[in-house]
Design a protein around this ligand. Structure first.
Ligand code: IPE
Ligand code: MG
Length: 232
């Protein structure tokens, strides 16, 4: 979800208002995902590297997270949405951590849509924490090193319970992954749009989905193999 700051700047408003508008956009996108029957939405809300931003922007963002959790959790719950947080929760204040846990517990049995919020997340952090926990499992005698395969490794990653993403959308015009789901996006389709996140609405999401539907996903195979045509 990139481009909140630029969206605000264009309107001669403080970045804070861009983030607030971004929160609104997220709400609309979540609702549209429910309508479109999407199973899992994972959003990059705050990266491990975002702590380097000016202190007042960090505190604005934390305040916004707190208020958003208070405001949105019960409504999401009513709509059958399951909320999960991926990332290093210990980086946040205990109040915020408690609210994250409470929202996860409240919505744990919902099945309409899973919304994973990546907060204090980084793809390298994820791979590293998986390796660390795996090493512990090995030390505890629960894991045989020679048997570690991709599936087992994946079980230690933050999105172990979610399928690999089909579609990756980055708004705001930048064409890079910025340490998002490095492992999980091995065969994900990428979609980049110059639209700034606060302007990303249901029509933009529909456009991205339409673009996705026209892609041929070969997963390393040939086109003929997948279509079952004669020279396969
Ligand atoms: C994304 O918008 C929101 C967060 C990273 C928290 P930005 O804040 O990165 O907006 P730009 O890139 O400055 O426009
Ligand atoms: Mg940005």
């Amino acid at each position: 979800m990139d481009g909140n700051g630029r969206w605000a700047k264009k309107r001669h408003q403080p970045r804070k208002l861009g983030h607030r508008a971004g929160q609104k956009a997220l709400r609309a996108v979540v609702e549209h995902c429910v309508r479109r029957g999407i199973g899992t939405l994972t959003v990059f809300a705050f990266s491990s590297e975002n702590w380097g931003r000016p202190a007042h922007e960090i505190s604005n963002l934390m305040e916004l997270f707190l208020r958003a959790l208070d405001k949105e959790a019960s409504e999401l719950h009513q709509n059958g949405v399951r909320l999960r947080f991926i990332g290093d929760k210990t980086g946040f204040t205990s109040t915020l951590q408690e609210k994250m846990l409470a929202a996860e517990t409240l919505t744990a049995n919902n099945t309409k849509l899973v919304v994973n919020i990546a907060a204090n997340y980084g793809g390298r952090w994820d791979i590293t924490q998986a390796a660390r926990r795996m090493a512990q499992s090995f030390a505890d005698g629960k894991l045989v090193s020679g048997e570690i395969d991709e599936q087992q490794f994946g079980n230690f990653l933050a999105l172990a319970e979610s399928p690999d993403p089909d579609l990756f959308i980055r708004t705001g015009g930048e064409m890079r992954i910025s340490n998002f789901l490095l492992w999980q996006s091995a065969y994900t389709e990428f979609y980049f749009t110059p639209v700034l996140w606060p302007d990303f609405d249901e029509h933009e999401l529909d456009q991205a989905i339409t673009a996705f539907q026209s892609r041929e996903r070969r997963f390393g195979y040939t086109s003929e193999q997948l279509t079952g045509s004669s020279d396969a």
